[in-house]
Design a protein around this ligand. Structure first.
Ligand SMILES: [Zn+2]
Ligand SMILES: [Zn+2]
Length: 689
């Protein structure tokens, strides 16, 4: 029996239970009666948690029981006034409005709400990262909410941490295929930290925000997070208020009472000295700053780079605490974190009691795993803890955590304590597993000459694909272009035909009747395909065979390629084998010249088989490989993972005119796998196989 089975085993307590519906009430809008609502099965809810907001700012919950009758607008107003009066009055006072007006709706302060965080000036680009692990139902709701955000300038990066399960990519390619916002990244290495880091690696925004696949964000969520950063740049991270969505099961209600997420309704700013939360073990208390599913980091304020510790977090031996670890890193380095409750996100708590048992255990384990890491790595933390020991002992004797423990059944508190005990060992195990994994990778790189691990390509950053014509990169390696973090496609022969030149036979085969439209149309097709693959692209105006009047200027091709490599600064370059077509052969030979010069030692070079020539005549590939060998060039074929070796059908379909000319369907183009070889670095080329 494994650890998980041991932890979740046990009787479920018999709890009196009534499902609770969550609704919102904005005080500045005309009031409405609270009417009964029904769940998916048609059962009417009786209990309602009403989140009361004023000028969008959340003030608190009022619990309403509709057991007898619907509650009228006046009654609801009176209840809210009664229970949240001080908060309402304080807000109105700050806005410079009459505090005691009973008529609180509709009202808007003349010069804007005092608590508004909406950024002034242009909105910086924000990248929202949502990692998912085979939960398409929840992910759908999460993505719909993200597409509904009021913020103007953002992208959404979905990191699929279980790409072998097709349900996520199916959801994205069916429901969100036309989304201009969405980018998809496959990350087969298990773990939330690893997945988030993959998202960070491709993110283009200066603000990187995180949410989860079981979270539905409020429309103003991203605006509020971005607005939480200050002009001065001291605030490196902004967290928001995460609230429970409907509470449909006892486990969900217990978790909510445990108070894992809700940090209150005041904006707070944290740093090493200032602890507005007043918790004892500050800043090491789990959740004190907010959670990793509702936060944003400004890249500029962390010197351009940050990442989650892959030894911590869900999917590792240490189960969690990767978010608190990151927050601690910020705080211990003297930076500030701001908590803005107006950034509201709704979390769907785990429904089953078994999941709740596991969650309590892993929360406990995660928090002491984190402490172990910090005690072992930062002597300031160790010193601080020596001073805290008496308080910690008292704390452990009297309560299991600083959360609201009375409401939590004793078996769950016991599991949390067990988790505390297990955590330090969990951290050491996780650290050991990672170290072992890392040295194994180093070994394999050292022993077998070329690393044929395309997984490393995925996380290594910039890829440059060299494409002779406006289709070769996508026809030959769209799987890689799509699957790799940052792809840049550079096309050489993208120039317009000379004006009065008659159409070539090839252009007529492609269905063109007029010369001026040909390259225009091809560039449009290319643009459509590459946008779909989330690739950046650049074009050189060289004239392709059939358009050129004189000889091909080999020197200009070479210079253009070198310039492109210097501008893009790739860690990996992919270029054609050079089959059949004179333009392809010219590009390939220019690339080999560049490689032989050894001017770019940081670049790993890869070669792709030019489609459709390679598929139609495999003998072309064989003879070209022999030719390269005779020239002293060594390349080894790479075993591509499935998602990288399969082309993207929709992208290939973008090239309607080219496909017509080639008399091949997009499906026929996609079916034969894409082939890639790694160029053996010349320092290794002297060795024999
Ligand atoms: Zn206001
Ligand atoms: Zn071509």
């Amino acid at each position: 029996m494994n650890l998980h089975d041991l932890v979740v085993r046990g009787p479920e307590p018999d709890l009196v239970f009534e499902a609770i519906r969550t609704v919102e009430f904005e005080l500045s809008r005309p009031p409405a009666d609270l009417l009964a609502q029904t769940d998916a099965e048609g059962n009417e809810y009786v209990l309602y948690r009403v989140l009361v907001r004023l000028h969008h700012h959340p003030l608190g919950f009022v619990l309403v029981d509709l057991a007898k009758d619907p509650v009228s607008a006046e009654e609801l107003n009176a209840r809210i006034r009664d229970e949240l009066g001080p908060a309402i009055r304080a807000h109105l006072r700050a806005d410079g409005m009459a505090e005691d007006s009973d008529d609180i709706s509709p009202l808007q302060p003349a010069d804007g709400c005092h608590f508004s965080l909406l950024p002034t000036g242009p909105s910086p680009l924000a990248s929202v990262i949502v990692c998912t692990f085979g939960r398409p139902r929840q992910l759908r709701a999460a993505l719909r909410a993200l597409h509904n955000l009021s913020y103007e300038n953002f992208e959404v990066i979905v990191v699929d941490n279980d790409p072998s399960d097709p349900t996520t990519i199916e959801l994205i390619s069916s429901e969100f295929a036309d989304s201009p916002l969405l980018r998809y990244v496959a990350e087969p290495r298990r773990g939330l930290s690893v997945a988030r880091n993959s998202g960070i690696a491709v993110a283009r925004g200066d603000i990187i925000a995180f949410t989860d696949d079981d979270i539905v964000v409020d429309q103003e969520w991203l605006s509020a997070l971005v607005g939480g950063f200050d002009e001065a740049g001291d605030i490196v991270c902004v967290t928001g208020l995460t609230l429970a969505a409907d509470l449909e099961s006892p486990a969900q209600q217990i978790f909510e009472r445990y108070g894992a997420f809700n940090k209150g309704y005041e904006t707070l700013t944290f740093d090493r000295e200032v602890n507005p939360s007043n918790t004892l073990l500050y800043p090491y208390t789990a959740g004190v700053f907010g959670g990793g599913g509702n936060c944003a980091v400004r890249v500029r304020s962390v010197d351009g780079t940050f990442e989650f510790d892959s030894r911590l977090g869900p999917g590792t031996q240490a189960f969690g605490a990767e978010d608190l670890d990151l927050f601690l890193k910020f705080i211990m380095s003297g930076k500030k974190i701001r908590y803005v409750p107006v950034a509201v996100a709704w979390h769907e708590h785990r429904r089953s009691y078994e999941d709740l048992r596991w969650q309590m255990f892993t929360y406990g384990a995660g928090s002491t795993a984190l402490l172990t890491k910090w005690l072992l790595t930062d002597h300031r933390v160790a010193l601080h803890f020596v001073r805290l020991v008496p308080k910690i002992v008292r704390l452990l004797r009297h309560q299991s955590s600083e959360a609201n423990v009375e409401a939590v059944p004793s078996d769950l508190r016991r599991l949390e304590r067990l988790g505390y005990l297990y955590g330090p060992m969990a951290y050491l195990r996780s650290a050991f597993v990672r170290r072992r994994g890392r040295s194994a990778t180093l070994e394999s790189v050292a022993s077998s000459t070329p690393s044929d691990d395309f997984g490393t390509l995925r996380k290594r950053g910039q890829l440059l694909v060299v494409s002779p014509h406006l289709d070769d990169a996508v026809f030959s390696c769209s799987g890689i272009v799509k699957g790799v973090h940052k792809s840049h496609v550079h096309t050489l022969f993208a120039g317009d035909a000379p004006r009065d030149r008659p159409l070539s036979q090839w252009d007529r085969d492609c269905g063109f009747v007029e010369g001026a439209e040909v390259m225009e149309q091809r560039r449009n097709e290319e643009r459509e395909a590459l946008q779909r693959l989330h690739a950046i692209f650049t074009w050189e105006p060289h004239l392709q065979e059939g358009y050129r009047l004189g000889e091909l200027d080999q020197g200009a091709i070479l210079a253009g390629l070198a310039k492109s490599i210097e501008a893009v600064r790739p860690s990996v370059v992919l270029f054609p084998l050079g089959l059949q077509h004179s333009d392809h052969i010219a590009v390939a030979s220019a690339m080999w010249k560049i490689i032989d010069e050894q001017l770019y030692p940081q670049v790993a070079w890869y070669v792709y088989a030019d489609k459709p020539y390679a598929d139609r005549r495999p003998s072309l590939v064989r003879s070209r490989l022999l030719e390269l060998k005779s020239e002293g060039h060594r390349i080894n074929e790479v075993k591509l993972p499935r998602d990288l070796r399969r082309g993207d059908l929709r992208a290939i379909r973008s090239y309607a005119s080219q496909l017509r000319g080639l008399q091949i369907s997009a499906v026929r183009m996609v079916l034969p796998r894409q082939r890639v070889w790694r160029v053996v670095p010349s320092s290794d080329a002297g060795h024999d196989d």
